[in-house]
Design a binder for this molecule. Structure first.
Ligand code: NAG
Ligand code: NAG
Ligand code: NAG
Length: 393
């Protein structure tokens, strides 16, 4: 049940978005290279006039979880939210229409959780009820958190800071990685880099008067359907910059080809003249920088295991043919380690730029030789560092 509803809405959203073909406006995030210094910077984008007054207060965020009869996933989502590094006020609204109410004693005590056990209803109704509750509590931002996704610990801060800085009505993340629980594999998505509805944050004032439809399928489509440029409004962040794991369970019904996922086998791509897949290395870097929460979650185990295996194999491949990998190894190391991955056009900032809040990074001393000015390090040094990085996984 929860399953059906879990898979379809996303697929539905995806298909809607695809059918609108608004990916023809791909450069919405042109100013992504703007350095985000928390709330101080205003960047002009979208059609809202930026508010140039200095903000020093992080807005009140209401995180919305709608769930049905999957206690373990709900608890895991709550644990993740408790681990978020969001510096401002935060509440969690849980709308649960399961046969039995949850025991509140299982919830993380440090969170401000408002739990509602409601009669059986559609996902859209539950979302609207959660929005009404957020209105009651006076939250400025509303973020959706599906109970079976794994986000990085900086998800809320990254999305909300962008919304405040721009300012934007929405923020979303393009899905890039899928952890499949049933087969234990990690997949990459290719094709259209579209945002999933589970990744959205909204300004509450914008969402009011834009209710979700009373369905359990594509209930969010109606919100964007009538906009002439939904992509600009959605403000998608690339899945490499803000990676998350879309967790597919036995009950997920969205077909694989909706996402065009393919298994992660190596970070070296191409036959004769291999290149480094910097997008995939961005996920490994996120793990290395401890941006994913410390949770005993199967999806994290799958992703970590897959990355460790391919890094080991890549390293062996590179060792076998040092000559042809003299360029590969330094690039590999850079993409795996450097905050500013020069390989992405323009050096997109990744992770936190608020260093006081950023996830811990354990960079070995040898990294002195590979500073962020893009100095290319020696092949053998790079190989040694990659081998060392493997121990972090
Ligand atoms: C709820 O979940 C339990 C445990 O997974 C299962 O046994 C039960 O059949 C489910 N109930 C409904 C109404 O789906
Ligand atoms: C949603 O639809 C169901 C029937 O499909 C109906 O019973 C319910 O009242 C509707 N809810 C709202 C808020 O319109
Ligand atoms: C690697 O390059 C060196 C120097 O150019 C050369 O002497 C050596 O034969 C090459 N090795 C292989 C396996 O191609």
């Amino acid at each position: 049940m929860g399953a059906l509803r879990r898979g379809h809405p996303k697929l539905q959203a995806l298909l809607l978005l695809a059918s609108l073909t608004l990916y023809l406006f791909p450069s919405v995030n042109q100013d992504e290279t703007t350095v985000w210094t928390g709330l101080r910077h205003s960047a002009t984008c979208g059609r809202v006039q930026p508010d140039r007054s200095e903000r020093t207060v992080w807005p009140f965020v209401s995180v919305q979880i709608v769930t049905y009869n999957r206690s373990a996933f709900l608890i895991q989502a709550l644990q993740q939210i408790a681990m978020q590094d969001y510096p401002g006020p935060l509440e969690v609204i849980v709308m649960d229409d399961s046969p039995r109410a949850e025991e509140a004693s299982q919830f993380p005590q440090e969170l401000d959780i408002r739990y509602f056990h409601v009669d059986r209803c559609t996902i859209g109704e539950k979302r609207n009820m959660a929005v009404a509750e957020a209105t009651r509590s006076g939250a400025e931002m509303i973020c959706i958190w599906d109970d079976d996704d794994i986000f990085t610990v900086d998800r809320l801060r990254q999305q909300v800071s962008r919304m405040v800085a721009r300012p934007a009505s929405c923020s979303s993340i393009q899905v890039a990685f899928v952890a499949v629980l049933t087969s234990g594999i990690l997949q990459r998505c290719k094709g259209l880099p579209l945002p999933f509805e589970n990744s959205f944050c909204f300004r509450r004032s914008w969402l009011e008067g834009r209710p979700f439809s009373n369905t359990s399928l594509g209930e969010g489509n109606v919100i964007f359907e009538e906009l002439d440029d939904w992509y600009a409004e959605a403000q998608p962040i690339s899945g490499e910059e803000l990676p998350f794991l879309y967790v597919r369970t036995q009950s997920s019904t969205a077909p694989d080809d909706a996402l065009e996922p393919y298994p992660v086998k190596s970070m070296l791509i191409g036959g004769q003249n291999p290149r480094v897949d910097v997008s995939l290395l961005a996920l490994a870097r996120a793990f290395r920088r401890e941006r994913f929460p410390e949770l005993p979650a199967k999806a994290l185990e799958i992703a970590r295991g897959a990355l460790r295996r391919v890094m080991q194999e890549d390293l062996e491949k590179m060792r076998k043919d040092i000559n042809s990998t003299s360029q590969l190894a330094p690039v590999y190391w850079d993409a795996l380690n450097l905050e500013k991955a020069w390989a992405f056009g323009g050096g997109v900032p990744e992770g936190s730029l608020n260093h006081a809040l950023s996830a811990k990074v354990d960079v070995p001393e040898e990294n002195d030789v590979a500073d962020s000015d893009g100095l290319i390090i020696e092949t053998d040094v790079a190989m040694r560092l990659i081998a060392k990085a493997l121990s972090d996984f």
